[in-house]
Design a protein around this ligand. Structure first.
Ligand SMILES: Cc1cc2nc3c(=O)[nH]c(=O)nc-3n(C[C@H](O)[C@H](O)[C@H](O)COP(=O)(O)OP(=O)(O)OC[C@H]3O[C@@H](n4cnc5c(N)ncnc54)[C@H](O)[C@@H]3O)c2cc1C
Length: 384
């Protein structure tokens, strides 16, 4: 077998992964661990897209209305702890992961029955020992005061958090150790149906298989070949706050009326996010973020007087129909899509990577809902 460096000299690889976000990094890491020669091509730097932010909530969907997508996310959330532990062992780097749980105040009486329903459904749809519960008293009054939860609070012990940037750094270290060839500041300009990757500047990469993990920009890159759009980008703004008094980094994630509050190991607290379907500047922050910060401070007294140490914005990849897109790209030889993580990308990216690598080997992973396949999505779009 030819060595990886000889292949790199010829621009020929077993696998080209395009996009250095959390999806592309897990894919490159697992592929290299399997012994494939891998090139990772990233337009800017690793983590330059949606994955390079500050939040990192890993939160399950509500346990009612169970379907393949909820099961896929649950599988992802359950497996991630061990995947990250292995990665940390291998690299010696912490990803800032903790299963911290989540608290969501019930502010109006009519929402209490929903909470009780979710608690009951978790007994059926979530595995032991994880449960959704309804609390009548706050477990942490300085984090979530009693007066914010007049009708109790939802609490689940399945939610976790990870530090997005630390996870990306650990993944990058992981695949460096497995000799992935990393091409940063290298943009893919076009993908040819015959499987050729054309780079800006004219070079070509030839690979046995290609995984397109270019986040929201995937839709434009493949768009011209299809009659309907496969998805879009939704901007989000978030901030990192430094509390005046230390906050317990094991505190549960708070979620209330669209605002998340996440304590990280560093002692800093991430708050977010806006959801913007139209935007001019993908990277700017504005008064919409000021409103999120104010709402987070109004929710939790632990944030009173906290300094804003970073304001950040990114674009989430939202596939049409909201389900991720994972699988062979119709009309393109040996080219696979892995995008559409939207708001839950960190909890499922490792499973998206495993699914796409299994498909490349010719498998049809049972854990992958059919609705995630690009060809299914194109078929259903044709009917509408
Ligand atoms: C404000 C905000 C808060 C969020 N909070 C959470 C959260 O708490 N929990 C959670 O799970 N998810 C969260 N998300 C969503 C999560 O960030 C995304 O689902 C995830 O990062 C998507 O990862 P990705 O690898 O698919 O895309 P990206 O991270 O966007 O990576 C795509 C990469 O491809 C590169 N690229 C694009 N075009 C090309 C090209 N032509 N050639 C080469 N490279 C290219 C880009 O530069 C980029 O680095 C949040 C998102 C935002 C914006």
């Amino acid at each position: 077998m030819q060595s990886i460096s000889a292949k790199a000299a010829e621009n020929t690889y077993d696998l080209a992964v395009i996009g250095g976000g959390v999806t592309g990094l897990w894919t490159a890491f697992y592929a290299a661990r399997q012994g494939l020669s891998v090139v990772l091509i990233e337009k800017r730097g690793l983590g330059a897209g949606a994955s390079g932010g500050v939040m990192g909530a890993l939160m399950p969907h509500q346990p009612t209305g169970w379907d393949g997508k909820k099961q896929f996310q649950l599988d992802g959330l359950l497996a991630l702890e061990e995947e990250i532990a292995e990665l940390e062992d291998f690299t010696g780097l912490s990803a800032g992961y903790l299963r911290c749980g989540r608290l969501m105040p019930v502010r109006v009486a009519r929402k209490r029955p929903f909470a009780e329903n979710w608690a009951k459904a978790s007994e059926t749809n979530w595995p032991h020992p994880f449960r959704w519960r309804v609390l009548d008293e706050t477990p942490l009054p300085r984090w979530l005061p009693a007066d914010t939860m007049p009708f109790g609070a939802n609490y689940d012990d399945l939610s976790a958090r990870v530090d997005p940037r630390k996870l990306l750094a650990a993944l990058a270290e992981g695949f460096r150790r497995h000799s992935v060839d990393i091409r940063e500041n290298t943009a893919v300009e076009t993908l040819d149906p015959d499987g050729t990757v054309r780079l800006a500047g004219g070079d070509r990469i030839s690979a046995g298989h290609i995984v397109l993990a270019t986040g929201w920009q995937s839709f434009a890159l493949i768009g011209s070949g299809f009659e309907q759009s496969m998805g879009t980008g939704v901007k989000g703004q978030a901030a990192l706050l430094r509390p005046v008094r230390p906050v317990d980094p094991a505190a549960p994630i708070l979620y209330d009326d669209g605002v998340y509050v996440i304590a990280h190991d560093s002692g800093d607290v991430a708050v977010g996010s806006t959801s913007e379907n139209s935007f001019d500047d993908p990277g700017s922050t504005d008064e919409k973020l000021d409103a999120v910060i104010a709402a987070a401070k109004a929710l939790s007294p632990a944030l009173e007087g906290a300094a804003t140490i970073e304001r950040w914005a990114g674009i989430r990849p939202k596939a049409a129909g909201r389900d991720p897109l994972i699988g062979p790209l119709p009309g393109f030889r040996n080219t696979f899509l892995a995008t559409g993580g939207f708001k839950i990308g960190f909890g499922i990216a490792h499973l998206m990577a495993k699914a796409v690598l299994a498909q490349i080997e010719g498998g049809n992973p049972a854990f992958l809902p059919e609705s995630f396949l690009p060809e299914t999505r194109l078929r259903s779009a044709e009917k509408t």
